[in-house]
Every structure is written in C-alpha cells, then in structure tokens.
Design a protein around this ligand. Structure first.
Ligand code: C5P
Length: 406
C-alpha cells in the first residue's frame, strides 16, 4: 500500500496522444514510465501514428484498448471522445508533428485526438518532434506561440541529430525528460489546503419588484480567478452576483442578488478563509425604499433616494482575524495613485487595477490587462485572456500570501 502511495502519479489519469512521426517509438517508453509511476494511461493514436508503431504495443503496456477512430462501431464498452476528454487530468501529445500543432492551433477536429483536444478541460501538453527546418519554419513557430498563449504547455524539442540526417532543434524530448515534466505539472498546487473566498459579478439593487440598478460587470474575471485558484489546489467559495457563466469546478457556489445579500453571504461564511479576493463590482448605492408594488409611470420626473451600501471588502479586511485580502480597482485615470489609495484605505494586501475607459480590457470583454500593487512592489500583466491573467494574478497572490505567513 505505502509503495503505491509513493508513486508520483498514483490516481492521475493521463491521456497520451501519439501522432505520426519517427519519434512515435519513444512514446512507448514514455507510456511505460508513466505507468511505472502509477498513472492510469489511455492512448489515442492518429492513423499516421499507426504507420510507425502498432496499437498493440500500447494496448499491451496500458492494459487498455487503444483509441483511434472518431466513429468506432466496436466501441460499445469503450469511452467516446467526450468521455475521454472529461476523463483525463492531462493530455500529452508525444510526439506532436508539425501537422497536429497546426491543426490544434486552428481548432480542427478531423480526427479523434483533435476532437478530444478541443473538448477537454484538462491541461494539454505537446512534445514537438519534426525535421529542424519544419520546426523553425515561421508557420510552425507561430502555431506554437498560439498554443502557448492558449495555455498549452510545449515540452521541447531537443537539439541534436535527427532521423533525417540533419542536425538542429526538432528531436522529441527523451521519455525520462517528458516524465519529469508530467510529474511537475501534476504536483499538488501551491494553494493546496488553503481556503479562498472570491466575490464575482455585479449586484442588483432593486427599485421595485421588476426593476433594478446594476452595472456592466460580466463576472468573467472573477470566475477566471476562481478557476485559477482551484487549479492551484485551493478550496474555493465563490460568492456570485447574477451572471451568465458556467461555474468553475469544484467550487462552493453562493448566489446573491444585492450588495446587502452579498455582504450577508460573505460575512456568514468568512470564518476560516485564508484569502479573500473581491472581484465583484458591488453597487456603491442601494435604493433607500424599495417599492413593494411595481411603480406606475406618472410624473415626468421621478426621484430615487439612494444610500451607501456596505463595503464588503473593507469589512472583511477590518475583521480581527482578517484573511489575506485582495481587491480590484477599476479606474479611468491615475491608475496607480487611486489603486494605492484603495490599498491603504481598505487595509488590503494586494490590489489589482485595470483601466475601464472603453479600451480592449475591462468590463464585458474576454481580455484584460492589469497592474498589481502591494506595499513594497508592483507587477504589470499585459493584455491577454482573462484566464491567463487570472493564472498570473493567482501566482502573485500565492507568492505574497506565502511570504506574509513566513
Ligand atoms: O471602492 P471601490 O468600489 O473602487 O473598490 C473596489 C473593490 O472593493 C473591489 O475589490 C470590490 O469587489 C470591493 N467592494 C466591495 N464592496 C463594496 C464596494 C467595493 O467589496 N460595497
């Protein structure tokens, strides 16, 4: 039993994609090493891969049938592409030919492996293997860049003698080296064992039973931060205003409508949280007297009396047993000055500030660029997808949080 637990990849589900290159023979050794470390391995081969190595080799190594066809009449008891995509903790394509990299970058789905790659939410890694000219070709380099920007890990290639007689970059990494990468990527996250509460989305302040005041927050940034924290191993509680987003998994989801609801939800669950991240665009004002009935239109003008809502983030940061607090600041000018003011006024540990002046970042868009400030430092995160920004932000939060505790 203890021997089993010592294996670095015990309980890890790894989908190995093998494509048609001479390095396909090294994939068999890689597969053997994964299994030796306790991984549950399934193999998907392209038809070109089968020209280089027999599926039987992988079947014998893994003890499982090898998947190759998108539409497989014999596969009654086997997993289909969606099941395989869901099953995997990690998809490694080794070797990854220039062709598969191009098709992955462009989102093609004309074979089983590509379909799985598009359908999976697991991490994806590729181990390029090809002639050195093909590797250095601008088209391949661009495809690799596109994949990296999308979060795909690119392992290798090595530089050296090639099967074609040339020398240069394009050799697939050796199996032992690939195994090291897998072990590293599958390590428990840096936030393992920590609890994080995140607020996200807008709030709605009711005027009457059918009308409300709200703002343009989509919740995308907060949900991306929640997913990044989950990926880093944290136990996440997401307190969310009304949004149209799929919730990250696994998460404890607490839904709310108004700033007051959000305040109540946060305060009744904050005990024991290690980190609090306020990404929600909480309304600053609420309607003093919410009408019980729908307000009928009558006069040309109408006054609504608004009163301040409670500042949730500042209230959490004022707790005696305060968690590590991170805030967001959406500004249209003087970014650093206003952000640092908020850092101090609200007693925060970190503030992430972005411009919301109608540019390519900010509300309702998929990309963001933020500046992160803390007492002794700052870091700029340049324009990229909210998912990538969230991962980088969670890295910074982790670093500062851990150094605070030491
Ligand atoms: O003061 P300002 O609204 O610019 O501060 C933004 C930060 O404070 C965000 O992190 C937001 O989630 C949080 N906040 C809050 N409760 C409020 C207002 C803002 O938690 N009522």
């Amino acid at each position: 039993m203890s021997k089993l637990l010592n294996k670095k990849l015990s309980n890890k589900k790894i989908l190995l994609g093998v494509t048609g290159g001479i390095a396909a023979y090294k994939a068999a050794e890689f597969c053997r090493l994964l299994i030796k470390q306790g991984a549950d391995v399934r193999v998907v081969m392209t038809s070109a891969a089968k020209e280089f190595i027999q599926p039987l080799t992988f079947q014998a190594l893994t003890g499982n049938r090898v998947y190759a066809e998108l539409f497989d009449a014999d596969a009654q008891n086997a997993m289909d592409h969606i099941e395989l995509a869901r099953w995997a903790d990690l998809l490694v394509i080794a070797p990854a030919t220039a062709d598969i990299l191009a098709k992955l970058a462009d989102g093609y789905t004309d074979n089983l492996l590509l379909t799985i790659s598009l359908a999976t939410q697991s991490k994806i890694a590729v181990a390029p293997a090809m002639n050195q000219q093909m590797y250095q070709n601008q088209a391949t380099q661009k495809n690799i860049q596109v994949l990296q920007q999308r979060g795909v890990k690119v392992w290798g290639p090595d530089v050296g003698d090639q099967a074609c007689g040339e020398t240069g970059p394009g050799r697939m990494l050796e199996a032992e080296h690939l195994l090291q990468h897998v072990e590293q990527i599958m390590q428990p996250g840096k936030l393992n064992g920590y609890k994080i509460m995140i607020t996200a989305g807008p709030t709605r302040e009711a005027i009457d039973p059918v009308r409300f005041i709200s703002n343009r927050s989509s919740g995308k940034m907060g949900y991306a931060v929640a997913q990044a924290a989950i990926n880093a191993g944290a136990e996440v509680t997401l307190v969310t205003g009304p949004v149209c987003l799929q919730s990250p998994q696994p998460v404890k989801l607490l839904t709310c409508q108004s700033a007051d609801d959000m305040y109540q939800q946060v305060m009744s669950h904050i005990d024991g949280q290690d980190i609090f991240i306020g990404t929600a665009a909480v309304a600053d004002y609420r309607i003093l007297n919410i009408a019980d009935e729908k307000i009928k239109k009558s006069a040309d003008e109408m006054d609504l009396k608004l009163v301040r809502t409670q500042d949730i983030l500042a209230s959490v940061a004022a707790l005696k047993d305060k968690p590590f607090c991170v805030g967001f600041a959406a500004e249209t000018s003087e970014l650093e000055q206003y952000a640092r003011q908020k850092l101090h006024n609200k007693n925060l540990d970190i503030i992430a500030a972005n411009r919301v002046d109608g540019s390519a970042s900010g509300f309702e868009v998929d990309n963001n660029a933020i500046s992160v400030f803390w007492e002794e430092g700052s870091k700029q995160l340049s324009l990229k997808s909210k998912n990538l920004i969230a991962t980088e932000l969670v890295d910074i939060i982790t670093e500062q949080f851990i150094s605070c505790r030491n």
